[in-house]
Structure formats: structure tokens, C-alpha cells
Design a protein around this ligand. Structure first.
Ligand code: HEM
Ligand code: HEM
Length: 344
């Protein structure tokens, strides 16, 4: 029986060593990343209630918030397809092609600032943008409020969501309700389970990919709860990608700060659900996640990431794909004769 004992001894020593390595990696990872919280995060000056979340959901799906009556938030942030539109750049009002790729709204509440260039501080400020953008919904705040006031059911929902307010139906409250709904769109992933101590949540390949993601330096920019969404860096820090990937006319944060140093500076993109949201980069020019990873290697780190390494990193990124929120399609209030007619 002695040899058997020996073998068993060797096996358990190996398991112990593996366990120690796993917990060492977990400690390193916990310093850089954070799991999704188990509850919906609190918002700035916006108390979450069931009524408000339900109202925000109705508004998110309501195409009558656009001038044409064609586009809702869900047109470009489709919750059936990872919270984005799977196009290079979005199509909006009057079939216009917008300048940038649509990022996912899933987990967006955890980004420090919104948009590729971070020009909106939070989701409530953000929500006012697309409604008015000529290439997106092409509407005006007054017309949105008139549309909402024309439907008694909406007025009741606003009253229930913003009690004790003199004029509950307002553009500000429209944005706050949408923010409240978006705050519920969070997607716990295997990586969260792993960070919380479940060794079995990641495959060996995914663990190897995580180690590469840290050791190569990706986590210097892609960290925190969303593995990004919390810092700004030049796209092309070490080597500028070609004009096909980084079109020269979009200079990113330069348009926000008008500081020369901010030329071609963008927010480090959040990476949760990244394998659901091709195509990649603000230009939407790259369809293959593996290629996007290799571009990051050369452009941001000055490192060639070989095929085998890129496969492992992509496997790790797959562990960031979470459980999608279950969405019951809302029934919206019917328009009345007072509802502004679609234009354009
Ligand atoms: C960006 C929500 C309507 C296209 C965003 C972001 C959020 C959001 C939260 C920022 C995500 C991030 O930075 O990670 C909404 C809401 C909408 C709406 C609540 C309805 C009120 C639309 C529509 C379109 C669209 C209709 C397409 C026609 C885009 C694009 C960006 C964006 C292209 C990136 C723009 C940039 O960075 O400059 N949206 N969206 N959105 N959305 Fe929307
Ligand atoms: C974008 C992964 C290193 C800053 C992206 C995207 C991916 C990615 C997949 C596209 C996201 C999307 O389209 O939604 C990686 C990996 C890295 C790495 C695997 C390591 C090999 C870095 C580093 C920095 C950085 C070191 C900062 C110096 C950015 C920025 C963007 C981005 C600014 C947005 C680019 C744009 O405007 O389109 N990253 N990244 N990344 N990453 Fe990285």
C-alpha cells in the first residue's frame, strides 16, 4: 500500500500548491478589480423606488421619445443583444449614421463618467444627450414633456415616482427615471464569483488569461468594477493605430477639454460583457475580439500579444459575461389626440 499513499501524498501536495497559487492570484486581483455589489447601487440625488424604475423602463423602450417616433434608447442599446446595437456606428434620426459605436448600457452605472470621451458625469446627465442629438433622437426637452403630458397614464406614473413635487413631469425627472432603470441593469459574471472565492468559477485557460491580463499590463488601465470606465488614456499611447481603427477626425476628450494633451484621449473602455458587444473601439472598426486585444498590445503596451496569449486573454474576457437581466417588454401608455405627431 505504500506506493499508493505516496501517490496520494504527491497529489494532495500538488492540490495544496495549486490552491496557494489561486489564492495568491485572487489577492492580486482583488487589489485591482472589484466584484459587482450584490445590491443595486445608490445614486446621487435620486432615490430608487419600484415606481421610478418601472417608469424609467417604459421611457427606455418608448420610441415616442424621439422626434420621428422611431427610436427608443433600446434601438441602440438593445437589451436583447448585450445592451448595444452591434453596428459599427449607430443609425439614428432620418437614417443618419452617427460618429461612434454604441457602448452597452449594462453596468454603465459603475462607470465614473459616461461616453467614450467621458463628457457626461452620470447616467441622468447622459440620458438628456441622445434625446436631443440630431443624429440620434432629434427631439427637444419641451416636446418630450408635451408628449408625456399628453398621456394621462404617464402623468400618473411621474406623480407616483416623484411624490411631493410641484411639477413631476419634467425633462430632469425623465432623465432621473431612466437613470434609475439603468442602475438595475447589472450582470453578475463568473469572474465575480471567482473574486468572491469560488475557484471553480473560472476554467484553467481563463485563469491563465487573467494572469496575462495583469502581467502584460492591461489591468493598469482596465481595472475597478467594470475593468475600465474609470480613467482616460491616449488611444495609441505607445503606437497610434492606423486611421482605419482610429479615424483622425475624432480626437476624443480634446473636444471636451480643448487641451492639446487630450488629443486622441479616450476613456479606458469598460470590459464587462465585451464578447457580446462587437464591433470594437469607438470607431467600431474591429469585429474580432482577439484582434482588438492584439491591437491593445501594440497600441497601449508596445507588446506583441501572440495568438496563444490572445486566445487565453479572450477566454478570460468571456468570464466577464454575466447573467443578463430578465426584461419583460413593457406595455406603454396609448397616445392621445394631444400627443405631438411624429416628424422627420
Ligand atoms: C452612449 C444611454 C439613446 C447611441 C450612451 C451611454 C449611455 C446611453 C448610458 C454611455 C455608455 C458608456 O459610456 O459606457 C442611452 C439612453 C438613451 C439612448 C438612456 C435614450 C434616452 C440612444 C440612441 C442611440 C444611441 C437612440 C442611437 C441612435 C449611443 C452612442 C453612444 C451612446 C453612439 C456613444 C456616444 C459617444 O461616446 O460619443 N447611451 N442612450 N443612444 N449611445 Fe445611447
Ligand atoms: C479599449 C482590451 C490594455 C486603454 C479596449 C477594448 C478592449 C481592450 C477589448 C475595446 C472595448 C470596446 O470596444 O468596447 C485591452 C487588453 C489590454 C488592454 C486585453 C492588454 C493587452 C490597455 C491599456 C490601456 C488601455 C494598457 C491604457 C494605456 C484603452 C482605451 C480604450 C480601450 C483608452 C478605448 C479605445 C477607443 O477609444 O476605442 N481595451 N486593453 N487598454 N483600452 Fe484597452
Amino acid at each position: 500500500t505504500r506506493p499508493l499513499k505516496l501517490i496520494l501524498g504527491t497529489v494532495s501536495a500538488l492540490a495544496l500548491a495549486q490552491g496557494a497559487a489561486a489564492s495568491e492570484l485572487r489577492e492580486r486581483a482583488q487589489d485591482m478589480f472589484a466584484p459587482l455589489p450584490s445590491t443595486i447601487p445608490a445614486l446621487n440625488d435620486n432615490i430608487l423606488t419600484e415606481e421610478k424604475v418601472d417608469l424609467g423602463k417604459a421611457l427606455f423602450f418608448d420610441p415616442r421619445m424621439s422626434a420621428s417616433g422611431v427610436f427608443s434608447c433600446n434601438s441602440c442599446h438593445n437589451l436583447a443583444t448585450g445592451g448595444d446595437d452591434n453596428m459599427e456606428t449607430s443609425i439614428g434620426h432620418a437614417w443618419q449614421k452617427g460618429p461612434r459605436n454604441s457602448p452597452t448600457v449594462l453596468n454603465a452605472v459603475f462607470n465614473d463618467a459616461q461616453f467614450w470621451d467621458g463628457r457626461a458625469a452620470d447616467l441622468a446627465e447622459q440620458a438628456k444627450g441622445p434625446v436631443q442629438a440630431g443624429v440620434e433622437m432629434a427631439n427637444t426637452p419641451d416636446n418630450v414633456v408635451a408628449t408625456l403630458n399628453s398621456m394621462p397614464q404617464y402623468v400618473e406614473w411621474f406623480e407616483a415616482s416623484f411624490p411631493d413635487v410641484a411639477a413631476p413631469v419634467s425633462f430632469d425627472n425623465f432623465a432621473k427615471a431612466i437613470e434609475a432603470y439603468e442602475a438595475t441593469l447589472i450582470t453578475p459574471a463568473p469572474f465575480d464569483a471567482w473574486l468572491n472565492g469560488d475557484d471553480g468559477a473560472l476554467s484553467d485557460t481563463q485563469v491563465a488569461g487573467l494572469e496575462l491580463f495583469i502581467d502584460k499590463g492591461c489591468s493598469a488601465c482596465h481595472n475597478g468594477v467594470n475593468l475600465g470606465g474609470n480613467g482616460y488614456y491616449p488611444f495609441g499611447l505607445i503606437e497610434k493605430p492606423g486611421a482605419d481603427v482610429l479615424p483622425p477626425d475624432d480626437r476624443g476628450r480634446f473636444a471636451v477639454t480643448e487641451t492639446a494633451d487630450d488629443s486622441y484621449v479616450f476613456r479606458a473602455a469598460p470590459l464587462r460583457n465585451i464578447d457580446q458587444t462587437a464591433p470594437y473601439f469607438h470607431s467600431g472598426k474591429v469585429w474580432d475580439l482577439k484582434v482588438a486585444v492584439q491591437i491593445m498590445g501594440t497600441s497601449q503596451l508596445g507588446t506583441e500579444i501572440n495568438d496563444a496569449e490572445a486566445d487565453q486573454i479572450v477566454a478570460f474576457l468571456g468570464a466577464l459575461t454575466g447573467k443578463m437581466p430578465e426584461v419583460v417588454y413593457p406595455v406603454l401608455p396609448a397616445e392621445t389626440l394631444k400627443t405631438p405627431r411624429p416628424t422627420g
